[in-house]
Design a binder for this molecule. Structure first.
Ligand SMILES: *Cc1c(COP(=O)(O)O)cnc(C)c1O
Length: 355
C-alpha cells in the first residue's frame, strides 16, 4: 500500500467555521491559504462552505487547479509574482500581492492588453524582513503605482513571523494600520484590503478588544493543523490531526537497539549514535524522506521514530507491537503536511464524518 493522507473534511470545515466566527467578531475576513495542501479542490470547497469567500495561494498552478474544479472565490496570489508571470497573473487571479515596481509595471501592461483592471495589494515590510516595501519608501512607491493604468491599488498587506519569527504585536500591527490611514488620507484612497498577517496573528487577534483597521488575515496552518504558529499552541475548539498520514509496515523484527560496526556518515551526512537498550521491536514502514519531512511526524500510537532514510522509517514498536501489514498513523506539523501533500508518492483519501 502506498502511504496516504487521511483528510478529514468534516474536521477541516469545522476548524474553518470556528476561525470564521472568531475573526468576524473582530471585523476580519479570512483569506484561506491553500498552498500547503497543493490547492486541493476538496479542501478548498470545505473552506468556502465554512464561509471563507477569498482563497489565496503562492502558486498560480494551485489557483488554476481550484478554478478548474469550479471552486468560486476571490482569488489572491500571495507570493509576489515574477516578471514572467505577469500574463498568467492578470489572466487568472483577482488580486496579487506585490512589492516591486518593475513587476507592477508588467502587470499594468498585461492588464491593458487583456482589457481589464488588476487589483494589487502592496506588501509593507514591518520587521520580519521577507517581502515588502520599507515604510520609508512607501509614499513614492504608492505614487508610482497611482500613475500606472490597468492596476488598482486595492490595499496594503504585511507578513510577519514566517522568515525571522518576528511576532505580530499590538505595536507593529498599529504601525501598519497607521501607515494605511496616513496614505489613505494623503492620496485620497480607500484601502479595501488591509491584510495583517497569517496564522501567527491568532494570538494578536484573540487579544485585540475592539475591531482594528486590519480587515483581513491569511490563514492556512491554523485551519489545517489547529494551532497558532508562534508557539504552536492549540487553538481552543479546533481539531488537531484533521489530516493524518498513514503508512504500512513492511518489516517487523526484534533486533538490537545498537548498530554493530564502526559508525561513519549515513545517507544524509549525519553521524547518528544510539544507546544500547538490548533487543527492541524494530518495525519499518514504507515511508521515507522522499514522501515527507520525517522530523515533522508524530506517531499517534505509543511508538517512537528511531530513524529514517529516503524510503524507510524505522520505528521502535516494542511497547505497542506492530506486524507486517499493519498501518501506522502519524500526526503532521506544517513541514510534514507541506512535504507529504506535494510528494507524488503520497495518495489522498477523504473522511467525511468526524469519526
Ligand atoms: C504562507 C503564507 C501565509 C499563510 O501562512 P499560514 O502559517 O499557513 O497561516 C500567509 N501569507 C503569506 C504571504 C504566506 O506566504
Amino acid at each position: 500500500m502506498a502511504p496516504y493522507l487521511d483528510i478529514n473534511l468534516k474536521k477541516l470545515q469545522s476548524n474553518a467555521e470556528q476561525l470564521v466566527t472568531m475573526t468576524r467578531a473582530k471585523g476580519i475576513d479570512i483569506t484561506g491559504i491553500t498552498k500547503c495542501v497543493l490547492g486541493n479542490p476538496k479542501i478548498a470547497a470545505c473552506l468556502v462552505a465554512a464561509g471563507i469567500s477569498s482563497l489565496g495561494d503562492s502558486r498560480l498552478e494551485n489557483i488554476v487547479r481550484m478554478k478548474a474544479a469550479n471552486i468560486n472565490a476571490l482569488w489572491v496570489l500571495i507570493r509576489t509574482p515574477s516578471i514572467g508571470e505577469a500574463h498568467d497573473v492578470v489572466a487568472n487571479v483577482d488580486v496579487s500581492f506585490n512589492s516591486e515596481l518593475l513587476v507592477i509595471a508588467e502587470l499594468s501592461k498585461e492588464a491593458l492588453k487583456q482589457h481589464t483592471t488588476h487589483d494589487i495589494v502592496l506588501m509593507v515590510e514591518m520587521g520580519d524582513l521577507r517581502e515588502g516595501v520599507l515604510p520609508r519608501d512607501l509614499a513614492k512607491t504608492i505614487e508610482e503605482i497611482l500613475r500606472m493604468k490597468g492596476v488598482q491599488l486595492t490595499g496594503l498587506g504585511t507578513n510577519l513571523a514566517c522568515m525571522s519569527g518576528v511576532k505580530p504585536s499590538h505595536d507593529n500591527m498599529k504601525s501598519f494600520s497607521d501607515l494605511a490611514k496616513r496614505y489613505e488620507q494623503q492620496y485620497g484612497l480607500t484601502f479595501h484590503i488591509l491584510s495583517g498577517g497569517n496564522s501567527a496573528n491568532v494570538k494578536w487577534l484573540e487579544e485585540i478588544g475592539s475591531p482594528s483597521q486590519i480587515n483581513a488575515l491569511r490563514l492556512g496552518e491554523a485551519i489545517f493543523i489547529g494551532r497558532e504558529t508562534l508557539s504552536r499552541t492549540h487553538i481552543k475548539g479546533l481539531h488537531l490531526n484533521a489530516i493524518t498520514l498513514v503508512a504500512e509496515v513492511i518489516e517487523s523484527k526484534y533486533k538490537p537497539s545498537r548498530p554493530k560496526g564502526e559508525i561513519g556518515q549515513n545517507a544524509f551526512g549525519e553521524t547518528p549514535s544510539y544507546e544500547d537498550n538490548g533487543n527492541i521491536l524494530r518495525s519499518i514502514v514504507a515511508l521515507g524522506k522522499q514522501d515527507v519531512c520525517v522530523a515533522g511526524l508524530t506517531p499517534l500510537a505509543d511508538i517512537d521514530i528511531i530513524g529514517s532514510s529516503s524510503d524507510h522509517i524505522v520505528l521502535d514498536a516494542t511497547r505497542s507491537p506492530l506486524k507486517v501489514g499493519d498501518r501506522v498513523r502519524f500526526g503532521l506539523d506544517y513541514a510534514a503536511l507541506l512535504s507529504s501533500m506535494t510528494s507524488p508518492f503520497v495518495a489522498n483519501s477523504y473522511t467525511r464524518s468526524l469519526g
